[in-house]
Design a protein around this ligand. Structure first.
Ligand code: ADP
Ligand code: MG
Length: 225
């Protein structure tokens, strides 16, 4: 079962992974309330569909005026968004996430999944965030970093630090990155996930780390739990 971005971000927040302030709405009136509650003078409107590639397909829009926000929400809601992952029919947009914009310095990739050949959970990271990881794997596989998790010992902080150093994070970001990766692994294990992906995990202009997108697949065999 796939979750929406906003649901993934709710889980991220529960596991100590920082996400932008945001609200999910399904009407223009709710969007106005969300804008007032969030404050600020610019917002990002994000179509909630079970597919990536929304940015390039018009499903992620930055707006800087309340009227523009209302118009953008109006256009997105009720349409079908077609991205390279949806097929030609697209997917219906019933909800949009309205989010505070963030100033991006770097876009990284971070994920937890099962490596079936090794029979281990693997944490994958890359400096090539914001891109399709399949494309990175095809053209520059050496840019995908992997840490395999010992099933008995669990993910170790030193493994997170090794990823942080390989990603070129500054010393002051290593502790925050380690907490994010440990939180992601705990989320993966406790919620019976088959995939959790943050793409992009951004380094903000003020040197913070923030999960800007979230993708979660729950293992169908575990849904009864
Ligand atoms: P998708 O992967 O479906 O294209 P993302 O949520 O990854 O959608 O958004 C696409 C791009 O839009 C991101 O890589 C990032 O550059 C930008 N973006 C997304 N959310 C925000 C935000 N809150 N603030 C600033 N930029 C954002
Ligand atoms: Mg993304």
């Amino acid at each position: 079962m796939n979750l929406h971005e906003y649901q993934a971000k709710e889980l991220f927040a529960q596991y100590g992974i920082p996400v932008p302030a945001g609200k999910t709405v399904s009407t223009v009136a709710e969007a106005d309330e969300a804008r007032a509650a969030l404050g600020g003078d610019a917002w990002v409107v994000k179509a909630q569909v079970h597919a990536g590639g929304r940015g390039k397909a018009g499903g992620v829009k930055k707006v800087a005026k309340p009227a523009e926000l209302a118009a953008t929400v109006m256009v997105m809601l009720g349409t079908r968004l077609v991205t390279h992952q949806t097929g030609p029919g697209g997917q219906p947009v019933g909800q949009v996430l309205i989010e505070a914009p963030c100033a991006i310095a770097r876009e990284l990739y971070l994920a937890c999944l099962v490596d079936r050949t090794r029979e281990r959970v693997v944490v994958m990271a890359s400096t090539e965030g914001g891109m399709d990881i399949e494309a990175v794997a095809a053209t520059s596989p050496h840019k995908i970093l992997k840490e395999f998790v010992d099933p008995v010992a669990g993910l170790q902080p030193y493994q997170c630090r090794e990823l942080a150093f390989a990603l070129g994070l500054a010393d002051k970001q290593v502790a925050a990155f380690t907490q994010i990766v440990l939180g992601l692994y705990r989320l993966f294990m406790e919620r019976d996930l088959s995939l959790v992906e943050i793409n992009p995990l951004v380094v903000t202009a003020d040197d913070g780390l923030l999960a800007l997108d979230g993708k979660i697949n729950v293992d169908d065999s575990a849904l009864y739990r």
